[in-house]
Design a protein around this ligand. Structure first.
Ligand SMILES: [Fe+2]
Length: 437
């Protein structure tokens, strides 16, 4: 009897421990080393660093690099392996950065493509065959979300976990390669992400690590803009630093934390025009991504987003944005619906997810007491999954890299604002703010 009591007590004690270690107090170990990429000999015309991105209704942009400057920017594709019923020709570019000269960077738009369909494709009529799956036309649709990736042992772990999830589109709120002026590191990053990024569209926006600006010598975003061309033209933007796209029933706006954002800026005016185009009957969900968080209770990067928030938060609020994802802070934090620094049932949920696994390590210190808008915060590497089930309901989960296992550590059902009454309530404000000259 006594033995049974001891055993029960021990079980309860172990249960308490196991519950405790999965709470928000859990703190990850040290950063991992930057990965080494042994040099591999490939024919100069072979495609490298293949990645795809959405490029307007039913179209996809295929991007890759060749060492051979005469290699054609041609993609052959079809729905059966080795049998290509269609072909498209695109454009190419290259850039110089100090003593570095990039390979030939190809961007070729293919389509129209069927929804939710596997395509097999070949780049530049050389090298291996790749395959991609197009997103569905309607719900459900799933997004993988991870920012501040870098290329370390933790990045590898995060990418392996994302690969296990059945997702349609990857959303990356800035800070991709952490090349930090070492241009060949953009090439190794491209190779590292190719297995995932050649199979599902990767939609990215820029972070501070994409800038690589050197006064008098190098303009900003040279590598990022040349390599990661996003559908800016397709969405009426004049800059690769901000754009929008639609997938299934979701309108997604990628903002640029490092482009001008004041009321007279091109980005601000483009954002107003883009919000006015959103039809919530067609796209009931409205998402925004940007790099520097507006709601952040971590001590890292405190108040850095304040200027942009002051300029643009009223627009996002008036338009009833559902969710805002950001990166920059190397940790995870989820807010309640919030606006103007106060909980507000008609404001967006803000999620900071700059925890992809870069070489700088985690941002471990939080401000206390926790602000009333903050629901969950934790300094761990990981990734998020947003499964939008229908016009009104989405399931968000955050998966911590628990050593090398993905562990679901935060999860919540989110209801969209589309049927909440917020849209009707704010319709006057929406017109006033968005239609102002
Ligand atoms: Fe950053």
């Amino acid at each position: 009897m006594e033995l049974k009591l001891v055993s029960t007590t021990l079980t309860v004690f172990l249960l308490i421990i196991s519950v405790t270690v999965t709470t928000a107090d859990y703190v990850r170990p040290q950063p991992r080393e930057t990965l080494q990429f042994p040099w591999k000999s490939k024919p100069h015309s072979y495609p490298q660093q293949v990645h795809i991105s959405l490029a307007g209704e039913k179209h996809m942009r295929v991007s890759w690099i060749t060492d051979d400057n005469s290699s054609p920017s041609v993609v052959e594709y079809g729905t059966f392996p080795g049998r290509y019923s269609s072909m498209a020709e695109g454009e190419s570019t290259s850039y110089n950065y100090l003593f570095y000269t990039s390979g030939k960077i190809h961007h070729t738009v293919i389509g129209p493509l069927e929804h939710d369909t596997v395509y097999f494709y070949k780049c530049g009529q050389q090298g291996p065959e790749f395959q991609l799956k197009t997103p569905p036309a309607q719900f459900p649709v799933t997004f993988a979300v991870a920012g501040d990736l870098g290329q370390t042992g933790w990045t590898k772990s995060t990418l392996e976990h994302i690969d296990l999830c059945k997702y349609d589109v990857h959303l990356l709120p800035g800070d991709l390669s952490y090349a930090d002026y070492m241009q060949h590191r953009w090439d190794t990053f491209g190779e590292l992400v190719q297995p995932l990024a050649s199979a599902r569209p990767w939609m990215v926006t820029q972070g501070n690590h994409e800038k690589e600006y050197i006064p008098l010598l190098q303009g900003g975003f040279a590598s990022y803009n040349a390599r990661w061309k996003m559908p800016s033209e397709e969405s009426g933007s004049t800059s690769n630093l901000y754009y929008s796209f639609e997938v299934a029933g979701v309108h997604i706006i990628m903002l640029g934390s490092y482009a001008d954002y004041d009321k007279h800026s091109d980005q601000y005016n483009w954002l107003k025009a883009d919000l006015l185009k959103v039809d919530r009957k067609k796209t009931p969900w409205l998402l925004v991504l940007l790099h520097v968080p507006w709601y952040n209770s971590n001590e890292a990067h405190q108040n850095e987003g304040d200027g942009m928030m002051q300029a643009m938060e009223p627009l996002l609020y008036a338009a009833s944005v559902d969710l805002v994802f950001s990166g920059h802070v190397h940790a995870y934090e989820r807010s309640n619906r919030v606006n103007n620094r106060r909980p507000d049932s008609c404001g967006p949920v803000h999620i900071t997810i700059g925890d992809g696994g870069n070489k700088e390590g985690l941002a471990r210190k939080y401000k206390n007491p926790k602000p009333d808008w903050s629901v969950f915060r934790e300094a761990s590497f990981g990734h998020g999954e947003l499964k939008i089930v229908n016009a009104t309901h989405a399931f968000w989960s955050w998966h911590r890299n628990d050593d090398d296992e993905p562990v679901r550590s935060d999860q919540v059902w989110i209801t969209s604002l589309v049927n909440s009454g917020c849209l009707a309530e704010k319709s006057h404000e929406f017109r006033k703010i968005l239609m102002a000259p």
